[in-house]
Design a binder for this molecule. Structure first.
Ligand SMILES: C[S@@+](CC[C@H](N)C(=O)[O-])C[C@H]1O[C@@H](n2cnc3c(N)ncnc32)[C@H](O)[C@@H]1O
Length: 339
């Protein structure tokens, strides 16, 4: 029996483009020996799994996507769609490395394979907050890799102090721009998608065994407002917001689309609440920069957060896409523990 419950199957073409673009840029995809990606809970149509493969193939041509659904009917629907794909009757490549199967949080994979990436989007939204960590653990247990080397980069000249150093070694593969505030140290001290020591394996460093990555998050129906947590097998590592900047009134619109672990924590005293309040303030203060375009305004707002000691991760090129990534510890709920 697949683990979990059948929930609403709402999905949409192009809805997950923001998170797909972010995954495509992660080192784990380039470096995995077996570039196997799981789309867990793809919904009433298999389109987001097909899009995921299409987008990731630009970064890693041999990527393979397995769509898993807990609903047998939705597996049957996606397999019918796949027949049309194979017949060349869709915009997707007829030989796209995509398949669909029945599965839940236990993430069943053929021949004992493990996933380089698991994307579970708009799935946990329909569960209780208290169920999140157990679901994360089950999925993360199916990822490739294990303990990671400490090798994060810090943006030169933009961050000082031991607190910053400790966060830079534990917050994914990005560069740290700000310095963490109290309680802002990241996750469990591992990196997402960074190579392990290749040792005697004989593999090149670029294809060394890497730690896989679980990306769990939420977005709106048309994918303009999105946020997610990235986890290594050891636990949560980073938190990312990705917003369409054109016409954005307030960044805190994302409050409605936070991952389940955070959505009920947008209240006074919680770090996510402070982050969204300060981001709104910075966005407001930088309104005059709109004349140069919303990207300039967003970048200035993020620099303001960094200057206020939020441990913002770079590179700055990502900000132009409407993204903001922080170490998990900068937003983790009070009392949060990953077993
Ligand atoms: C709202 S849809 C999301 C579809 C797609 N991921 C998206 O973001 O557009 C959620 C889907 O997750 C499926 N689901 C819920 N729990 C699951 C589980 N434990 N394992 C696999 N699929 C699950 C539901 O059956 C439903 O089809």
């Amino acid at each position: 029996m697949p683990i979990g419950a059948i929930t609403r199957g709402t999905t949409n073409t192009n809805r997950l483009r923001r998170v797909d673009r972010w995954i495509a840029a992660q080192p784990v995809l380039r470096r995995a020996d077996d570039p196997l990606v799981v789309d867990l809970g793809y919904g009433a149509s298999g389109v987001t799994a097909l899009e995921l493969q299409q987008r990731l193939a630009k970064a890693r041509a041999d990527v393979e996507v397995i769509g898993l659904e807990i609903s047998p009917e939705r597996v049957a629907t996606a397999n019918r769609q796949l027949e049309s794909v194979r017949a060349g009757a869709t915009p997707f490549a007829p030989d796209a490395r995509v398949s669909f199967a029945l599965g839940g949080f236990e993430t069943p994979l053929p021949r004992g394979r493990r996933a380089a990436v698991i994307r579970a989007f708009n799935v946990l939204r329909q569960y209780d907050e208290g169920e999140v960590v157990a679901a994360w653990q089950r999925m993360a247990g199916r990822l490739q890799g294990g303990r990671m080397l400490d090798g994060g980069q810090r943006a030169s000249g933009t961050s000082t102090g031991s607190a910053a150093r400790s966060a830079s070694g534990s917050a994914g593969s990005g560069m740290l721009v700000g310095t963490p505030r109290a309680g802002g140290s990241a996750g469990s001290g591992t990196l997402v998608g960074t190579p392990r020591a290749s040792g005697a394996s004989g593999r090149s460093a670029d294809r060394a065994t890497v730690s896989g990555m679980l990306v769990e998050g939420t977005c709106d129906e048309i994918g303009r407002v999105s946020s997610w947590v990235a986890l290594s097998p050891e636990g949560p590592q980073t938190f990312t917001i990705s917003l369409r900047l054109a016409g954005l009134e307030k960044p805190s619109i994302v409050a409605e689309r936070l991952p389940k672990i955070l959505i009920h924590r947008n209240v006074e005293g919680e770090r996510i609440h402070s982050l969204l309040a300060e981001l709104d303030e910075a966005w407001q203060r930088n309104a005059p920069l709109s004349v140069y375009g919303p990207r300039q305004r967003w970048a200035a707002s993020i620099r303001a957060l960094a200057a206020a000691d939020w441990p913002v991760l770079g590179p700055a090129a990502r900000w132009r896409l409407g993204e903001l990534t922080l170490p998990w510890g900068a937003v983790s709920p009070l009392g949060f523990a990953y077993p």
